[in-house]
Ligand binder design. Structure first.
Ligand code: UD1
Ligand code: MG
Length: 462
């Protein structure tokens, strides 16, 4: 049977000071909530209900989860109650987590599920973490004096007694450093009984989910703490400072995964990655580089410094420096940059060379084409080995529509040529410096001037 979970995401996230819902703020290119759902799914939990609010709800369609709307945010206990009312009762284990903890990893969800025992003694397993003080997390209050180590306390049977929210703590409780991470595995039947009794007599006037701890214990059930090794994996994000530090940790994790798989990253602190990238072995990423979207990069290719590659497929042994590549395909042994911009729809075959201040859009360049300096190739097809001189422009827009420029193979385009599309230049043709080519040039012809005319020697008349 597949495990079930409730994820709470209805809170206003007021500390973000944003028009955007907190759980939709992004870390490494993915919304905060995406990270939590990914970790749950990786831990085998695939039946997920997200508690949302009326503004957020329509924006959750892409997440592929069932949602339940909490109209008034009366607290985490109230949110769970609303979700429980909406799902068919079950007597198994139910995971509850918050949507604002993007650093959580699948092992934590696996451990907490393994520690609960529906129908038997342990009605709740909850993740705890020892954290530096001060902290706004809820405090874990145990029955006896703490040894200072959550793991040792658990081993020596110091039972969890209750959770006290930071705002309700006495000074002595505020000094406790074992925190409620906000990840729970409940015996669902016991949770349903306890949640009905949760009140709101506390500093925030909210229905706290955390009050179920005391209620379950009073009902004679056990509550098992599941201490986490590194508190950073359960850090909640409540404002933009925490958003940035969580983002940096996630980015570091992505970098480390790729480095362990054989990618050299010169400076992980200034390399920005997203999940789902396919980077082959011996890829090198130099500093200050962003690689995002559905990008794949082949063996031995170097990217950066100061580059952004998004939704691109790059082959093997390429070198891309100080450049931007978007939604394009680059084959093997291609050199790009510095300061080139490949916009959408460009395709570069093996051995192409794109140099300084060259912009491509929807340009298909065959094997060995060179465009080394100051050029715009838009909606163009260029045949093998052709050379595009400095300052060449394809004038692809006639004020109404975009038109294509077709160049054959072994064409030499002189510096400062303007190719006024739609126009074609045949194989082996040459344009002189400064030519404005507004009529098709036959294969092998030489043209020059404004507008360009043939200057090829005609065969002598007989
Ligand atoms: C909560 C815990 C605290 C724990 C901390 C860990 C409670 C009462 N407190 O505090 O013990 O240490 O998380 O990060 O549970 N939400 C709703 N509906 C509501 C209220 C909140 O869906 O009515 C959602 C929020 O969107 C958020 C999550 O529940 O994703 C947690 O709420 P938040 O206000 O961030 O709780 P904390 O104060 O962080
Ligand atoms: Mg929180």
């Amino acid at each position: 049977m597949s495990a079930r979970a409730i994820v709470l995401a209805a809170g206003k996230g007021t500390r973000m000071k944003s028009a955007r819902a907190k759980v939709l703020h992004e870390l490494c290119g993915r919304p905060m909530l995406w990270w939590v759902l990914e970790a749950l799914r990786a831990a085998g939990v695939d039946d997920i209900v997200v508690v949302t609010n009326p503004e957020l709800d329509p924006q959750l369609a892409p997440f592929g989860v069932r949602t339940v709307i909490q109209r008034e945010q009366l607290g985490t206990g109230h949110a769970v109650k609303i979700a429980l009312d909406a799902i068919v009762p079950d007597d198994g284990c139910l995971v509850v987590a918050y949507g604002d903890m993007p650093l959580v990893d699948p092992a934590i969800f696996e451990d907490v599920q393994a520690a609960v025992d529906p129908g038997a003694g342990t009605a709740l397993a909850l993740v705890t973490a020892v954290m530096p003080l001060p902290s706004a997390f809820g405090r874990i209050v145990r029955t006896g004096p703490s040894t200072g180590s959550a793991a040792a306390d658990t081993a020596s049977g110091q039972a969890v007694e209750r959770i006290v929210e930071a705002k309700d703590c006495t000074p002595a409780q505020l000094a406790l450093d074992e925190m409620n991470a906000g990840i729970y595995a409940y015996d669902e039947r016991a949770l349903r009984a306890a949640i009905a009794q949760v009140g709101n007599d506390n500093a925030q006037g909210e229905y706290y989910l955390t009050d179920t701890v005391e209620l379950l214990i009073a009902a004679g059930r056990r509550v098992a703490p599941v201490p986490v090794a590194d508190y950073r994996s359960v850090l909640g994000v409540n404002d933009r400072v925490e958003l940035a530090s969580a983002g940096a940790l996630l980015n570091r994790r992505l970098c480390e995964t790729h480095m362990r798989a054989g990618v050299t990253i010169t400076d992980p602190a200034t390399t920005y990655l997203e999940p789902g990238l396919l980077l082959a072995t011996d890829v090198t990423i130099r500093p200050n580089t962003v690689i995002c979207g559905a990008t794949r990069i082949g063996e031995g290719t170097s990217i950066g410094p100061n580059s952004r590659i998004s939704d691109a497929t790059i082959g093997a042994r390429c070198d891309i420096r100080e450049s931007v590549v978007t939604a394009s395909e680059v084959a093997n042994d291609v050199k790009i940059g510095p300061f080139a911009h490949l916009r959408g729809g460009s395709q570069l075959a093996d051995g192409v060379r794109i140099g300084n201040f060259v912009e491509l859009k929807n340009a298909h360049l065959a094997e060995g084409v060179k465009a080394n300096h100051l050029t715009y190739l838009g909606d163009a097809t260029v045949g093998a080995r052709s050379n595009i001189g400095a300052g060449t422009i394809t004038a692809n827009f006639d004020g109404v529509r975009k038109n294509r420029t077709e160049l054959g193979s072994d064409v030499k385009v002189g510096s400062n040529s303007v190719l006024v599309a739609p126009v074609s230049v045949g194989d082996g043709a040459v344009t002189g410096a400064g030519a404005v080519v507004n009529r098709d040039v036959p294969a092998g012809d030489k043209v020059a001037g404004v507008p360009a005319r043939s200057i090829a020697k005609k065969p002598a008349e007989t």
